[in-house]
Design a protein around this ligand. Structure first.
Ligand code: SF4
Length: 446
């Protein structure tokens, strides 16, 4: 939970309590809203009680996320009573109104203007033009040393288990110049790691025909390769998330070998069985993925690949699961997350039969997790004895917690760093790796 309040010459500034739920993309939306509110003189409150208003940015991806969102709205109403709802669940206003008729306003994802208009109506702003409350990089909800950079919105795919295109619409890419200027501001403000996010990062620019825009004194194309290369020249860590294994991704791997972009790809494969992938209507499912991964590793031997998978998708057979397990062994993915299929209201996959019973889903999930844990253990054991640059996320205790270039914040493993000198959050230190377990590394700063 985040909270904001503004100083004004003629009375206390209005205070807003803010709840941000969901994925990094929703977090970026929250940051934009909070930045605008601060610019208008609102303050963030730490608690719902005593705030003038609560904004809940909801997630509507899975039914469990919807339940969490509804819970947060209920809590905000009980503790404060004046609540505005936005985000993915805002695309289903009836589901919210039926349960909570007293919410003041409901707006959908990326409807920043509508959220602000609703706030103005409920609690008018009291802007003090002499007080500059907003730093040029905006208000970040992440720690100061890393930031998510959203390069596009929406998605042109229609995966059968997903309703994001319904909620967020088709792909809309930001001009490259805009993205790079935002990145530059973040770097100037002390950000050491940029995490590039979108629904489909490798499709960046397709909708605007890879159009050119200006950045500094030159023109830049809105293409996956160009944006990765330009970001790589800002002198900070650049990590690519939500990439699909299209052929043009091959062009970006040499940038990793050169050290411009982190040797890390987050590719949500979701499955390996062609039959399941077809039923899921996944992008790039026809590509020869194993061959492609092999080639990438030849170019950038250090490449770390993270992915997520869904088991128990309707129609998934025992053979499909065996195929997935064999594929995982072959692909040797460094980091794997696995989810049990959950029907999302409105998703076409819900009509596919036969469904997989819960206990079967559970046992398949366990098998995939056990196989990927074993792969992770082996991959990490190969790093013992090496010196790796590590970015410190949490300092202060006798052992700091950080991440190597192979790990993203929140979703991947950690490096536990002993050090004789005090370390600070955001430091990038060289660490001699002494030990590894299933998911984490342990070492000493040198
Ligand atoms: S690629 Fe598929 S899962 Fe991802 S947002 Fe688009 S439709 Fe949803």
């Amino acid at each position: 939970m985040i909270a904001t309040s503004a100083r004004s010459p003629d009375g206390p500034a209005p205070k807003i309590s803010f709840v941000s739920l969901g994925c990094p993309k929703a977090l970026v939306d929250s940051e934009r809203i909070v930045t605008s509110l601060r610019a208008e003189g609102y303050e963030l409150a730490k608690r719902h009680q005593g705030a003038d208003l609560v904004i809940v940015n909801t997630c509507g991806f899975l039914d469990s996320a919807k339940a969490e969102s509804l819970g947060a709205i209920g809590e905000a109403l009980a503790e404060n009573g004046r609540v505005i709802v936005t985000g993915c669940m805002g695309a289903e206003p009836d589901a919210i109104r039926d349960r909570f008729p007293d919410v003041l306003a409901i707006t959908g994802p990326q409807q920043y203007e509508s959220v602000l208009a609703a706030v103005h109506q409920a609690v008018p702003p009291r802007h003090d033009p002499f007080t500059d409350l907003v730093p040029p990089q905006g208000i970040k909800l992440t720690p100061r040393h890393y930031a998510y950079l959203k390069i596009s919105e929406g998605c042109n795919h229609r995966c059968s288990f997903c309703i994001i295109p319904k909620l967020r619409g088709d792909l809309v890419s930001r001009p490259a110049g805009d993205v790079l200027r935002e990145a530059e501001r973040l770097v100037k403000a002390g950000v050491k790691e940029l995490l590039v996010v979108s629904q489909d990062t490798s499709a960046y620019g397709l909708d605007i025909k890879y159009g050119e825009s200006t950045f500094r004194d030159r023109t830049v194309r809105a293409s996956f390769f160009d944006i990765a290369k330009e970001l790589g020249q800002l002198g900070v860590w650049v990590r690519l998330h939500y990439v699909y294994p299209y052929p043009h991704v091959d062009e970006v791997v040499p940038l990793m070998a050169e050290g411009l972009v982190l040797p890390y790809l987050d590719i949500p494969f979701q499955h390996a069985s062609p039959a399941v992938l077809r039923a899921m209507r996944r992008p790039a499912q026809g590509e020869r993925v194993l061959e492609r991964i092999r080639r990438w590793r030849e170019i950038a031997p250090d490449l770390s690949i993270r992915s997520t998978f869904i088991v128990g998708f309707p129609g998934e057979t025992e053979e499909d699961v065996e195929l997935l397990l064999d594929w995982l062994k072959e692909a040797k993915l460094d980091r794997v997350g696995c989810f049990k299929f959950e029907p999302v209201a409105g998703a076409p996959a819900n009509a596919i039969r036969p469904t997989v019973p819960d206990e079967v889903k559970e046992s398949r999930w366990r098998r995939v997790m056990a196989a990927s844990r074993e792969i992770s253990r082996r991959q990490l054991a190969r790093k013992v004895g090496r010196r790796l640059p590590v970015i410190i996320d949490e300092a202060g205790g006798p052992v700091a917690k950080g991440r190597s270039r192979y790990d993203a914040p929140e979703i991947d493993g950690a490096v536990h760093v002993s050090s004789r000198r005090p370390l600070r959050q955001g430091d990038i230190v060289s660490v001699k790796v002494e030990r590894a377990d299933d998911y984490d590394l342990f070492g000493t700063a040198v």
